[in-house]
Write a new protein. Structure first.
Length: 497
């Protein structure tokens, strides 16, 4: 075998693994599949496979074989094959893996030694948290810190480290406030993809570090998915992961009755291309549960059951998949199993502390349990982690929904207004806003809100609302509050059926 035109020594097992990965380079090869192909079904320890993968990476470069957590490996190097043997050009022709990123050391602007430790801590913690994103390839701390204090060419760094994205930032202290600026850059083109500024009053530096890192990791997850989806749109022959990212980008923007079938089509096509794509299976289930919870379908219970089957199947393959635990917990909250659902959300947070929507789901669970007064605290925590993206609108909606249950109509209106500012195309928020306005006697505004909701979801009715929400809880406090909600719908002009 030739690497960059030079003969390379490679063991027989490693060569067989390499050829199996090359042949399956357009998809993920599972560990079981590789063991079956190379060891012909003989029982071996999984660590044997890992040893050979490590040897191949040492020979070909760290980015040549990408680990897809919980699923397997994928070959990430273009190759040629002719009469003289297999040629794998490393230095010039490697394609950077999807979701590959380096977090460059943040600059310490005008700070002393104490702030230097804080700045380095933000960089290191963010590197760790981004590595928890499923399918990500994050350059390690030591490699990233070799660029500290140097003038850098981000395109050159992208080539040297074989990554698609680079994150750079700075920390500046002014008086009693701390400001953090960050930029996400396409390391192949040098284009800026996203920028954000965080500013906080000075408090305990370690608590501040945790909050900044959590916010950045959550926001970056969504931004990286959006960037991968844009790349996939330009791909003439999208593979399973390309299709998955396009579906996930739609999910992250917030589904409507019109976009939900579109998102599902991406996930279903991804599963057709790779039936073992657990992430696409989870995405398809998330579309199901959204359609049921938001009254997009006539039979929400069937939608919840379909989602639960998909999530259960996904967990049988990847037991530590944080998003699946969260999604399954959400289904249980919606189907009279609030304690189990909240436990599932808590487990998801143990696996990924940055899942803001887990806090929002627990808040919804408290409302269904007849404890709506406890909901807002969960929403505040969700918004602390994820204050600005479209998904934050769901948390704001949940807080407004709890206020409606408590009869705190003015506060409900304020939450729903905030939710609509974050995501104007969510029909259910308009309906809930109409309820609160009607209860305040502002009937013209209430009917305008309902009209806006019906423009987005013409099939919504009181009958649909009853079918969905009575399926969620049999708590007597909740059910009594729910009757007040239904009467508010009638006052606001929601059709009976």
């Amino acid at each position: 075998m030739l690497i960059d035109g030079q003969p390379a020594k490679i063991g027989a097992r490693a060569f067989d693994i390499l050829m199996a990965l090359v042949e399956r380079r357009h998809r993920i090869a599972t560990k079981d599949e590789l063991i079956e192909l190379v060891w012909l079904g003989n029982a071996i320890e999984e660590s044997n496979l890992a040893v050979h993968i490590a040897a191949l990476r040492k020979l070909l470069g760290a980015g040549a074989i990408v680990t897809i957590p919980g699923r397997g490996y994928q070959f990430a190097v273009p190759f040629d094959h002719d009469k003289t043997g297999t040629k794998i050009p490393i230095s010039e022709r490697r394609e950077p893996p999807r979701l590959s990123i380096v977090v460059l050391p943040f600059a310490n602007l005008g700070g002393g030694a104490e702030q230097e430790h804080f700045v380095d801590g933000v960089t290191e913690s963010l590197t760790t948290d981004l590595s928890r994103i499923r399918g990500s390839f994050v350059i390690g701390r030591n490699s990233a810190f070799s660029y500290k204090g140097k003038a850098v060419d981000l395109k050159q760094i992208g080539r040297e480290l074989n990554v698609r994205y680079a994150l750079e930032g700075s920390v500046q202290r002014g008086g009693n406030r701390m400001r953090v600026n960050v930029q996400l850059i396409d390391a192949e083109s040098g284009n800026h993809l996203w920028a954000e500024r965080f500013e906080k009053p000075l408090a305990d530096l370690f608590d501040m570090q945790d909050e900044i890192v959590a916010r950045l990791a959550d926001a970056l997850n969504a931004q990286l998915v959006a960037a991968e989806a844009r790349r996939a749109e330009r791909t003439p022959s999208p593979d399973s992961m390309d299709l998955y990212f396009q579906g996930l980008a739609l999910l992250n923007r917030g589904l409507t009755p019109g976009s939900a079938p579109w998102a599902r089509s991406f996930f279903d096509r991804a599963l057709s291309a790779d039936p073992d794509n657990v992430d696409a299976l989870c995405g398809s289930g998330r579309v199901d549960v959204t359609e049921g919870a938001a009254n997009f379908v006539t039979d929400p219970r069937a939608a919840f059951e379909a989602a639960e089957r998909k999530f259960s199947k996904a967990l049988s393959s990847v037991p530590d998949h944080a998003q699946v635990h969260l999604s399954l917990g959400y289904v249980k909250i919606l189907t009279k199993r609030v304690p189990e659902g909240i436990a599932g959300c808590e487990h998801a947070l143990l696996l990924d502390r940055n899942l803001a929507s887990a806090h929002a789901s627990m808040g919804l669970g408290k409302t269904y349990a007849g404890r709506a007064e406890e909901t807002e605290a969960h929403i505040v925590e969700a918004l602390r982690l994820s204050p600005r993206d479209n998904r934050a609108s769901g948390a704001m909606h949940t807080s407004g929904y709890a206020k409606n249950h408590l009869g705190q109509w003015e506060q409900a209106v304020a939450w729903f207004r905030r939710a609509l500012e974050a995501h104007r195309d969510h029909p259910h928020t308009n309906f809930q806003l109409g309820i609160a306005l009607a209860r305040l006697g502002r009937l013209d505004e209430a009917r305008a809100a309902v009209k806006a909701g019906l423009a987005l979801n013409p099939a919504f009715s009181i009958a649909r609302a009853r079918a969905t929400w009575t399926a969620a809880s049999d708590n007597l406090t909740y059910l009594a509050q729910f009757e007040t909600i239904l009467e508010g719908m009638r006052m606001a002009g929601v059709p009976e059926s």
